[in-house]
Design a protein around this ligand. Structure first.
Ligand SMILES: [Zn+2]
Ligand SMILES: [Zn+2]
Length: 440
């Protein structure tokens, strides 16, 4: 996408205030596409029984320390935390799952509707190094399904995810699947990984030395190059699964295969957050380079209890809207130009022109209303720039006759009609629609 040039007046002014590093504006070229992503979410997720939840952006810091895990990079290095005026530590949410779980418990949904299915969308905040398609304020669309342990739910979510990606026209993405074990088999794997890491200690970074002590799984997502080389030959969790986890994974895979959902097993896929159990998955964009995940998710059977709720399981995923927008074709969400331009020639035409524009808009048409006092030529040029297809021209003749000249801007022909300037909305709209051939 073309980066718009900075306005010259801003460049020469040292007092200019610019956006904070890693934060950016989302301009109409992109918001149009985002709106389609939102609409598809409501449509596709709705078929699977998901309803939208709106969440606060600020939560208590403790919520994330407890849910994401205080040994993760997110909590250790990337959160925007600050002391409120009364000293409470608050954080701009780095992800939304913890907030959804908090709301599920706090609102009483956990009792009223234990198998609630919720989806959310909105901004998240992480102080990461800004890079292509990654910002410190980024946006996610995500879902959470509570209260079901059975593999049917995992399969439902994965089919829904592929249907959503199809619906928005996402290209060159693939689904990667893994199981990360549970409370039975993960400790066994953790010890295998600790033994492996301890044997290769000299090749690991200082952070990973600490991780080996506190939570060896974290070495798997270390971003340091030498650590990545070591980790490439580390034991995989898939080889340590207990019978229960193995059966769960097999059942999910059988359902995906039954519906011919394409996926690949990735035994090195470990979600960055501590609370994931069993099913873990990622959507990878082939054209996105090294940081190529469009989104991902998995099962988090221990999280609700960890946040003080009942022992209820959950599963969900989150998609990065910025990254999703990068794999959606550019023509999706293309600008829709106004159908009609209303062009007042004389200052006296302003009132009637305003009335015409209002009634055309009331009838559902998009209208560009130009200011008065310019030549017909200048006004038609303006209408052309806006790519309007029909123009209502109001000069002195038209005012005297009490009717507008209607020009077809595509065929460049005038159609003088006995169309009163005060014609009702429906009549105006019908005239325009007949000229547009019914596609407005
Ligand atoms: Zn490391
Ligand atoms: Zn297990």
């Amino acid at each position: 996408m073309l980066k718009p040039a900075v306005h010259p007046a801003l460049m020469s002014n040292p007092d200019t205030i610019t956006a904070v590093k890693g934060f950016r504006d989302v301009l109409p070229d992109e918001t149009r596409r985002w709106r389609l992503l939102d609409e598809a979410a409501a449509r596709v997720f709705g078929r699977y029984g998901f309803e939208e939840i709106g969440l606060p952006i600020v939560e208590r810091t403790e919520l994330f320390a407890r849910s994401i895990g205080d040994t993760t990079d997110i909590v250790e290095k990337e959160m925007y935390s600050f002391a409120d005026r009364d000293g409470t530590s608050l954080t701009l949410r780095p992800e939304a799952t913890a907030g959804v779980v908090r709301a599920y418990l706090e609102s009483g949904l956990a009792q009223r509707d234990p198998t609630a299915r919720l989806y959310y969308r909105g901004p998240m905040f992480r102080r990461e190094r800004p890079q292509r398609g990654r910002y410190r304020q980024f946006h996610q669309i995500g879902v959470e399904a509570f209260g079901r342990e059975d593999p049917l739910v995992d399969a439902e979510l994965l089919v829904m995810l592929t249907r959503y990606l199809d619906d928005v026209g996402a290209r060159d993405t693939r689904l990667e699947l893994n199981s990360v074990g549970d409370a039975v088999c993960r400790p066994v794997y953790r010890e295998r990984l600790r033994a492996f890491g301890t044997a290769r200690l000299a090749e690991l970074c200082p952070d990973c030395h600490r991780r080996l002590e506190r939570n060896p799984l974290r070495i798997l997502d270390c971003k340091v190059e030498s650590c990545r080389r070591v980790v490439a030959s580390a034991p995989v969790v898939l080889d340590s699964l207990c019978d229960g986890c193995r059966a769960h994974l097999d059942a999910v895979r059988a359902l995906l295969e039954q519906e011919s959902v394409p996926y690949t097993m990735n035994p090195r896929l470990v979600r960055g957050l501590d609370y994931y159990t069993r099913t873990a998955f990622e959507v990878v964009g082939a054209t996105l380079g090294a940081q190529n995940a469009v989104g991902g998710g998995g099962r988090y059977d221990g999280l609700v209890a960890a946040l003080g709720g009942p022992d209820v399981s959950g599963i969900g995923f989150a998609l990065g809207v910025e990254r999703l927008a990068m794999v959606v074709p550019a023509e999706v969400g293309a600008e829709i130009p106004p159908a009609v331009a209303v062009l007042p020639l004389a200052p006296e035409a302003v009132g009637p022109a305003f009335g015409l524009a209002t009634r055309l808009r009331d009838a559902g048409l998009s209208v560009a209303l130009e200011p008065a006092g310019r030549s017909v030529k200048a006004l038609l040029r303006a209408a052309d720039r806006r790519r309007a297809r029909v123009a209502f021209i109001l000069g002195e003749d038209e005012l005297r006759a009490g009717r507008a000249t209607i020009r077809d801007l595509v065929r460049h022909e005038d159609r003088r009609q006995a169309l009163a300037l005060d014609a009702p909305s429906a009549v105006l709209a019908e005239t325009v629609r007949s000229m547009l051939g019914g596609d407005a």
